[in-house]
Design a protein around this ligand. Structure first.
Ligand SMILES: N[C@@H](CCC(=O)N[C@@H](CS)C(=O)NCC(=O)O)C(=O)O
Length: 197
């Protein structure tokens, strides 16, 4: 669907949260929407009025109505547009995917963030070690949610993949600079193959 000005996305190109929303829109075939790149040092009036409590991107504006918070937006996109489902239809599985998506933001990212901000080698080693239990938990989640298929969503990417996927470019970039491998196949053999490349 060519969305035109009906759909606007206020974003920032390196934001993992904006990547989630862009991914969800692609999955639903929503193309040609208006993308507005925000300068987060000098936020636009539109951003501040659309997300007055947080002033953060992403904000999706659909027919003039703003929707904030990336995971909320992804759920909205799933419900508002036809196309392949992002969340499962079964209520229990839906709750499970919401749980793991929240885990990614509440536990996984905060456990890894100190690593990519740390500089001294000893500090790096320590912070890297501290991030590993959350990756291990995610590997268990993959086993639970994927039914032996390649993605959290099974045969194709779903809500948890979209939630984690936003961080992948950052994980790879930090691995490259720091000489680490966070999603190491030797340590985490069940990680999805798509996360290797
Ligand atoms: N929980 C939010 C986080 C969004 C977020 O942290 N966005 C950052 C860019 S990556 C931002 O807008 N920062 C500007 C600020 O904090 O003032 C979501 O999932 O959408």
């Amino acid at each position: 669907m060519a969305a035109g000005a009906e759909v606007r996305l206020l974003g920032e190109r390196l934001s993992p949260y904006c990547i989630r929303v862009q991914q969800a829109l692609v999955m639903k075939g929503v193309v040609g929407y208006e993308y507005v790149e925000e300068d987060l040092e000098r936020k636009s009036q539109l951003l501040l009025s659309s997300n007055p409590l947080y002033g953060k991107v992403p904000v999706l504006i659909y027919r003039g109505a703003p929707i904030c918070e990336s995971l909320v937006i992804v759920q909205y996109v799933d419900e508002a547009w036809a196309g392949p489902a992002i969340l499962p239809s079964d209520p229990y599985e839906r709750s499970r995917t919401r749980f793991w998506a929240a885990y990614i933001d509440d536990k996984f990212f905060p456990s890894w963030e100190p690593f990519f901000k740390s500089k001294a080698p000893e500090e790096r080693a320590e912070t890297f070690k501290n991030a590993l239990p959350a990756v291990e938990a995610l590997e268990g989640a993959l086993e639970q949610c994927s039914n032996g298929k390649p993605f959290f969503g099974g045969d194709r990417i779903g809500y948890v993949d979209v939630a984690l996927g936003g961080y992948l470019a950052w994980i790879k970039a930090v691995d490259e600079v720091a000489g680490t491998c966070l999603l190491d196949g030797a340590r985490f053999p069940r990680r999805p193959p798509a996360y290797l490349t």
